[in-house]
Structures are given as structure tokens and as C-alpha cells.
Design a protein around this ligand. Structure first.
Ligand code: NDP
Length: 236
């Protein structure tokens, strides 16, 4: 039987984060989600937090700790895109994406590490993207932020690995969410042609892998990048 844990998913009010929260709930864990708007799935504790604001993250953790106990599993999922070509990308378009996707994960994981060190147990899963290592035209900001998560997970592994804390990256390919719905239909068709699986994935297919990585059976996996991309990024 899987040990029941206190799990925090950032950006758990929709898309992949929502599906991850649902999966952990289905497996019998205590689940909290952060949301700027909306709510997580039924059964999850929804707390307000913006990952660009360390104070709001600290308040969210305090609220979760009081209601559900120390956070043992943290899933840094909140993320944004602001795609445009390098020549046109403003510094603000670059830094705002990095601030949410990369520094946001740092803020959340840093706050979570306190309790994990004390408990001598922790599971960190950072939601990156196939484009972190594969690259993406028009995504210099986004792919830089997602590649940074790999270095983050590997450095956490080296720092905290001996304390029974693992840190891994999940790198989804194209998943059916608001983020990919926003792409023009022709672009979606073009992407689909390049995916060996010939289709986009559901958020639930990412959620299953994340829950497995955070579970008892994956305790000796750390610093890994696990693709969930239908073969799109093979070898990257
Ligand atoms: P969505 O756009 O559907 O959802 C994004 C989530 O992130 C929302 O819950 C959103 O909250 C939250 N969020 C964004 N900015 C902040 C912030 N500053 N503070 C707190 N929460 C924030 O995205 P997906 O579900 O598609 O993506 C989830 C993760 O998976 C992202 O990191 C994304 O980069 C990654 N990914 C997605 C892929 C895809 O094909 N969909 C492919 C590869 C990776 P709110 O509703 O309040 O805006």
C-alpha cells in the first residue's frame, strides 16, 4: 500500500495541475493546490498564492501546514508562455516567464525544503517541458526557464539526496490544455505530424507519471528527466 502523504500542487485550478491533484486524491493522499483564481478538484484544499510572490507562498504553506500537516511532496507546476521571436522579445517578456516558471519553482521548493529536511523525507517534481531540452522557435524565454528546472532538480539532488529527498523533472510534450488550445489549428496539426505517437496527450497521462515519481516505488530515482511526450523529444 502507498504511504499517504501531504501533497502540494502549484497551479492546481486547471490543466495539468488539476489532473495531478485529482490523481493524488484518487491515490488517497492529502492534497492542497495553489490557485490565483478558481478552485482545485473536490477534496483538495485550495489556497491562494502567486508563485512570483514569496510572501504569498509562505502564507499558503502556513495555511496548508495547519490544515494538512507539513508538505512532503511538492509539484511545481504553475507556468506561463509568452511566445515571440527572439528579435521581438522584450526583456520583460523574457524575465516574466523566467520569474514564474523558474524562480517561481525555486521559491516554492525553497519554502518546502524546510519541512522536508526536518522530516528527512521529501519528493520534489518540477514540471518542465520537452522544449526545455529540445528548444522551440519563438520560445527563448519559455525553453530557458524549463531547461533551468533540470539544473535545479539535479542541484537539489546533490544537496539533499542524502536526506531521503528526491527531485525530478517531468517533461511533457503536447498536452490538451488551455495552453495548447491557444495555438492556431494549423500549428497544432504541424506539431502532431512530428509526434511519433501521432496525438497530443491528456493531462491525466502526465498526472499518473508525476504521482508514480512521488510514490514509494520511485524512491531511488532522483535528478532524472522523465519525458511524457509520445516520443517527440527522444534523446534530448
Ligand atoms: P494552463 O495554462 O492550463 O495552466 C497554468 C496554471 O499555472 C494555472 O493553474 C495558472 O493559474 C498557473 N499559474 C500561472 N502563473 C502563475 C503564477 N504566477 N502564480 C500561480 N499560479 C500560476 O497550463 P498547463 O496545465 O498546460 O501547464 C501546466 C504546466 O505544464 C506548466 O508549467 C507548463 O509550462 C507545463 N507544460 C504544459 C504543456 C502543454 O502542452 N500543455 C507541455 C509541457 C509543459 P491561473 O489559472 O490563476 O492563471
Amino acid at each position: 500500500m502507498t504511504t499517504s502523504r501531504t501533497v502540494l500542487v502549484t497551479g492546481g485550478n486547471r490543466g495539468i495541475g488539476y489532473a495531478i491533484a485529482e490523481e493524488f486524491l484518487a491515490q488517497g493522499h492529502r492534497v492542497a493546490v495553489t490557485a490565483r483564481s478558481g478552485e482545485g478538484p473536490e477534496g483538495a484544499l485550495t489556497v491562494r498564492a502567486d508563485v512570483t510572490d514569496a510572501e504569498s507562498i509562505d502564507r499558503a504553506f502556513t495555511e496548508i501546514e495547519a490544515a494538512l500537516g507539513p508538505v512532503e511532496v511538492v509539484i511545481a507546476n504553475a507556468g506561463i508562455t509568452r511566445d515571440t521571436l527572439l528579435m521581438r522579445m522584450s526583456e520583460e517578456e523574457f524575465t516574466s516567464v523566467v520569474d514564474t516558471n523558474l524562480t517561481g519553482a525555486f521559491r516554492v521548493v525553497k519554502r518546502a525544503s524546510k519541512g522536508m529536511l526536518k522530516a528527512r523525507f521529501g519528493r520534489v517534481v518540477l514540471i518542465s517541458s520537452v522544449v526545455g531540452l529540445f528548444g522551440g522557435a519563438g520560445q527563448v524565454n519559455y525553453s530557458s526557464s524549463k531547461a533551468g528546472l533540470v539544473g535545479m532538480a539535479r542541484s537539489i539532488t546533490r544537496e539533499l539526496g542524502a536526506r531521503n529527498i528526491t527531485a525530478n523533472v517531468v517533461a511533457p510534450g503536447f498536452i490538451e490544455t488551455d495552453m495548447t488550445d491557444a495555438l492556431p489549428a494549423e500549428q497544432q496539426a504541424e506539431y502532431r505530424k512530428n509526434i511519433p505517437a501521432g496525438r497530443f496527450a491528456t493531462p491525466g497521462e502526465v498526472a499518473k507519471v508525476v504521482a508514480w515519481l512521488a510514490g514509494d516505488d520511485a524512491g531511488y530515482i532522483s535528478g532524472a528527466v522523465i519525458p511524457v511526450d509520445g516520443g517527440l523529444g527522444m534523446g534530448h
